[in-house]
Design a protein around this ligand. Structure first.
Ligand code: EPU
Length: 418
């Protein structure tokens, strides 16, 4: 397995371009197979999760061809089966979008229970509740979720948790349901809005995405479309934090600054100089920074997907920072690895208490999931000595060209092929 080796204490400077959003891409690729037509998806990130999904739908008879490095042509006119096995979906959580997409288009779907990053219990009861409200019968047999419907009829679905996955999945199934579906307490994340915009570009009628209430009026069919994915809010945030921890001066390009507000505000509170342009943010820091408290929340609150990176940053700040994880029940598993680098972090249930240290030092550590891996890279950038990170496959799931991008900013990072 590949390893990343970082020799830290290099101040990052220069410019970095952010890729298309992972969590929009994985939904949009599967939305495209609802069209029974040809879609062109632009600004696709070069990451393992995308490759894995392309392989999954290719095995189902969808024709996928890259037009250029970041543009994919998806022809879903000849889907041969509506089932995706464990082998196909075990690596990624987003495979659950196949349920809504296939149920919508074929009125039946068989998809293995999803894999993906492990940070506690990750139920899909709200997805299932939504499908059932629209008239589907859903059962779980031998690890497969099986959904069937004679017809789908619009309904009102109140989500107990503002779940990204459930919101998008119910939106998918509702696109072809008769009448209007209302999703109440819907997730408002930028990738939910992007997915709704893509559905609308194919002829769907989805209104209210980005608010608590989404209304979907069913249509008979969708048509192909050409669509550009939004920039990745979490990749952008990761580079902003990387710049801050090294006392760097980095312009993060090709982003939507509005999506970064919760992070920008926190960094400013810590003493980082943030300058926003139309599609970039410049981050300039003098270290050590001041500690702050952070609580993860649904959008527009501070994203759980930047929590580990923020904890890494706080581990080198002056004072004590408190981080509360409100979205997932076990998303601090990586903290032991940060402590191996000399961080002083104590976790009690959903609260991490981070006492800033003056220096992190090199050691061998393992990424326990995607964003945990990003946090270890961030810590490695400022640690004294060499940090060797194992389990890089997790990082590759969501960050394209990470060594190249960091090297261009002055980091000393190399990959050892395993
Ligand atoms: N939840 C339920 N029941 C459900 C669904 C969710 O109780 O049926 C709860 C979860 O247990 C959790 C909360 O609702 O406490 C939020 O979960 P959500 O469904 O929003 O998460 P997800 O759809 O599984 C997506 C992203 C994650 C990101 C979360 C939160 C994708 C493919 N994944 O996951 O991204 O952390 O939303 O914003 O979009 C990542 O990119 O590293 C990543 C993990």
């Amino acid at each position: 397995m590949d390893k990343l080796i970082i020799t830290g204490q290099k101040r990052l400077h220069g410019e970095v371009a952010i890729s298309g959003a992972k969590n929009a891409a994985v939904a949009i690729i599967l939305a495209a197979i609802m069209a029974n037509d040809v879609c062109i998806i632009e600004n696709l990130p070069h990451i393992e999760d995308v490759e894995c999904l392309i392989e999954t739908i290719t095995n189902m008879g969808v024709k996928c061809d890259y037009i250029d490095k970041y543009t994919l042509r998806i022809d879903s006119r000849n889907i041969t089966n509506s089932s995706a096995t464990y082998e196909a979906v075990k690596k990624m959580r987003a495979s659950y979008y196949l349920l809504g997409a296939l149920l919508g288009r074929f009125k039946k779907a068989e998809v293995s229970l999803p894999g993906g990053c492990d940070f506690g219990s990750r139920p899909i009861d709200q997805h299932i509740k939504g499908f059932e409200a629209l008239g589907a019968t859903v059962s779980i047999e031998q690890g497969m979720i099986i959904a069937n419907a004679d017809k789908l009829v619009g309904a009102t679905v109140y989500l107990d948790a503002a779940s990204v996955g459930a919101t998008i999945n119910i939106m998918f199934a509702a696109v072809f349901a008769k009448g209007t579906t209302i999703i109440d307490n819907a997730a408002k994340e930028p990738h939910v809005v992007d997915t709704a915009n893509f559905l609308n570009s194919m002829g769907a009628i989805v209104k209210g995405a980005g608010t608590d209430v989404i209304r979907i009026t069913g249509v008979e069919k969708l048509h192909g479309s050409t669509y550009m994915i939004i920039p990745d809010q979490i990749e952008a945030g990761t580079y902003m934090i990387a710049a801050a921890i090294t006392g760097g001066d980095v312009r993060v390009n090709n982003i939507i600054p509005k999506h970064m507000e919760s992070l920008s505000a926190k960094l400013a509170e810590m003493g980082v100089e943030i300058v926003e342009g139309d599609d970039f943010i410049n981050v300039k820091a003098n270290i050590p920074l001041k500690s702050v408290n952070v609580k993860t929340m649904v959008y527009p609150g501070f994203p759980t997907d930047l929590q580990p990176q923020m904890v890494a940053l706080l581990s080198t700040c002056k004072g004590v920072g408190l981080v509360t994880e409100n979205i997932f029940d076990n998303r601090f598993q990586y903290v032991n690895e940060l402590n191996r680098l000399g961080a002083l972090i104590v976790v009690e249930d959903r609260l991490a208490v981070i006492e800033g240290v003056t220096e992190l030092s090199g050691a061998e550590v393992m990424a326990t999931d995607l964003r945990a891996g990003a946090a270890l890279i961030i810590a490695g950038l400022i640690a004294k000595g060499k940090v060797t990170i194992g389990n890089v496959k997790y990082i590759d799931r969501g960050y394209g060209y990470i060594e190249e991008k960091l090297r261009a900013l002055g980091a000393d990072i190399e990959r050892i092929k395993g």
